[in-house]
Design a protein around this ligand. Sequence first.
Ligand SMILES: Cc1cc2nc3c(=O)[nH]c(=O)nc-3n(C[C@H](O)[C@H](O)[C@H](O)COP(=O)(O)OP(=O)(O)OC[C@H]3O[C@@H](n4cnc5c(N)ncnc54)[C@H](O)[C@@H]3O)c2cc1C
Length: 353
Amino acid sequence: MNVQKNENEFVDLRNYNSLKIPSYCKTLIHLSSVQDLLLFSNLLHDKKFILGEGTNIIIDAPAERPILYPILLNVIKNKTILSSKKNIIYVRCFGGENWNTFVNWTLENNFGGIENLISIPGTVGAAPFQNIGAYGVEISNFISSVNVWDFKKKVIKTLTRKQCKFSYRSSIFKEQVKDDGINNPRYLILSIDFRLWKIDKYPLQIEYSGIKEKLPDKPTAKKLASVIAKLREQKLPNPNSYPNIGSFFINPSISVKKAQLLKKKFPEMPFSVQKENSLIKISAAWLIEKAGFRGKRENNIGVSNRHSLILINYKNASAKKILSFAKEIQDAVMQKFNIQLTIEPTILDSSEI
Ligand SMILES: Cc1cc2nc3c(=O)[nH]c(=O)nc-3n(C[C@H](O)[C@H](O)[C@H](O)COP(=O)(O)OP(=O)(O)OC[C@H]3O[C@@H](n4cnc5c(N)ncnc54)[C@H](O)[C@@H]3O)c2cc1C
């Protein structure tokens, strides 16, 4: 365990969030083993925040208002094959592993299933938090169970896939902090048990628009992964050059009736029907573009001209400035379409009690 703490200075979190917001905390604890966690849990204050690679958070903690409770940086790593039977392989991966490294490892070992989720930044441990998804696939489709540290009961517990209550960009983990506060997480995701397939024994998910035509007649999981990785590279600004956190808003779901009314007014509006609840999912990127925000820049903040769901912090903008720009977008979309856009990433605000 490595504890970064300096009595005279606060820890600079700029390199721990991909939006590169200047932000500070008093104590940053690097958890590198389960033993660290057991040792530390007895000393733990009530409040804490779990950090992965910071690719889906907005940290609102400027130098004059740093985070005073501990931030737990999850760097617990390891991945192992648990068992295999016929075409199914069970694999355990610890939360501090990098997600993309894990996807590549599964492909190198000829395990299929999560190839559509290649190139998503962040840790394995954060992936169930918002049930990461891309190109028609969600991580929850391949999770068998999630092993967590339960801060309340101070035990390691296994949650089945059902107990994780996965839904579009959400889970029990996200809902719990929504209810109890972002600085009061009940569970730290230690490791995930995945149910994967022997490569190419699983029907590839290639229906997402723009993929099929780029694949050969007999596509393989590895080829699919490389096509998606290339598409993402072309479409998404790299956070190392253009600090961002991926999609800033989730795609809104609206009623069939409301969608029909909008479709009359905007016949070209893209939409999809959600099988699970019969609601209509609308593309947030399209709404933002039509509200006139694609490529729009205000001082140090702007909407990417490559992808209108991505906000870029061009130079040291504060969380408050970024959130007020996001509010302008929300207001414009509300005014034009009567649809409320919801912010996707976690907001870590040091003034939250
Ligand atoms: C360029 C770019 C593209 C992206 N594309 C996609 C995409 O296609 N699909 C998609 O779904 N997302 C996408 N994202 C968002 C992001 O990659 C994911 O949400 C990712 O899972 C975040 O991982 P992280 O380790 O950075 O989490 P962090 O940002 O560090 O944390 C996110 C949340 O998870 C919680 N958390 C982190 N680790 C744990 C843990 N071990 N236990 C419990 N809670 C934890 C944190 O407390 C926080 O609330 C993209 C981001 C970027 C920058």
